[in-house]
Design a protein around this ligand. Structure first.
Ligand SMILES: C[S@@+](CC[C@H](N)C(=O)[O-])C[C@H]1O[C@@H](n2cnc3c(N)ncnc32)[C@H](O)[C@@H]1O
Length: 254
């Protein structure tokens, strides 16, 4: 989606987007940011900040905060709802070109904002983030998981198999495909298609891409969502399944 499409989403943002801060079961990100030493002297950038949901938290704990988004409408609304935060700057900025911010930030956060289906741009963004961190800077990132959609397919298949044990595998595949096909996800390249194409990430892919950009000490964890939230976002819920759907939560060092 381009900045104009995100401009459009900005008015119905809270009904359209699953948020790791608001909707998740466990949100380790805020705790991990809180335990950073001497953060009152550090500068942080939130890239793809959307409506600036993280801004009050970052403003409270860090010295200077730079919230960037390429959607002018998102920035306008983020500015409006955070006008009392004196140490926060809101900037309309495409994060695939951060040349003016190289070596500027001690910490960078990016919460479900590296979503472009252009794989070249995806790599460019990770590289730009790496370049914008100061030496030993830290990157905290949430990325949609591609595995979740394979998990959803598997659960759909088993729902069919369990209904009737002798069901032919071709029939099961047809049913799963008819559900998944509506969305035309690209499992080869890790691109989802709901109302537009967006990047989602395989676990190995995150390691590979961040490593390629130069990051070290890459840690990948899961942020879980309750099935109800997954369903609200247009997916199929499997409330009896203990393993919940998830986003990837990534921490990496420059
Ligand atoms: C799903 S929203 C997440 C917003 C916010 N981080 C949150 O968690 O609420 C994705 C945001 O990333 C922004 N975005 C996507 N691609 C971008 C790019 N190349 N440069 C800057 N912002 C981008 C969109 O405009 C949108 O506001």
């Amino acid at each position: 989606m381009d900045s104009k499409e995100w401009d459009g989403i900005s008015k119905d943002y809270y009904t359209e987007i699953l948020s790791p801060i608001r909707d998740s079961q466990n949100s380790p990100l805020l705790n991990d940011l809180k335990i950073i030493n001497h953060k009152e002297k550090l500068s942080v950038a939130d890239l793809g900040c959307g409506l600036g949901e993280l801004s009050p938290f970052l403003s409270k704990y860090f010295n200077r905060v730079f919230c960037m988004d390429f959607s002018p409408k998102m920035i306008e609304r983020a500015k409006k709802s955070n006008k009392d935060l004196s140490n926060v700057e809101f900037i309309v900025q495409d994060i695939s070109d951060l040349r003016e911010f190289y070596n500027s930030f001690d910490v960078i956060t990016s919460i479900n904002s590296i979503l472009t289906p252009d794989l070249h741009k995806v790599d460019k963004i990770f590289l730009e983030i790496y370049n914008s961190l100061k030496q030993k800077g830290k990157f905290f990132c949430v990325l949609p998981s591609m595995e979740v959609f394979s998990y959803e397919s598997l659960l759909l298949a088993h729902e069919e198999i369990d209904k009737k044990h002798e069901k032919k595998i071709e029939d099961v595949r047809k049913i799963v495909r008819s559900f998944i096909k509506r969305k035309e996800h690209d499992f080869l390249l890790g691109i989802t298609n709901f109302e537009g194409k967006q990047k989602a990430y395989y676990r190995f892919e995150i390691l590979w891409r961040l490593n390629k950009a130069g990051f070290k000490n890459i840690i990948i964890k899961k942020i879980f969502y309750p099935w109800e939230e997954f369903e609200k976002a247009g997916q199929k819920a499997f409330p009896d399944e203990e393993m919940l759907p998830w986003d990837w939560y990534v921490i990496a060092d420059k």
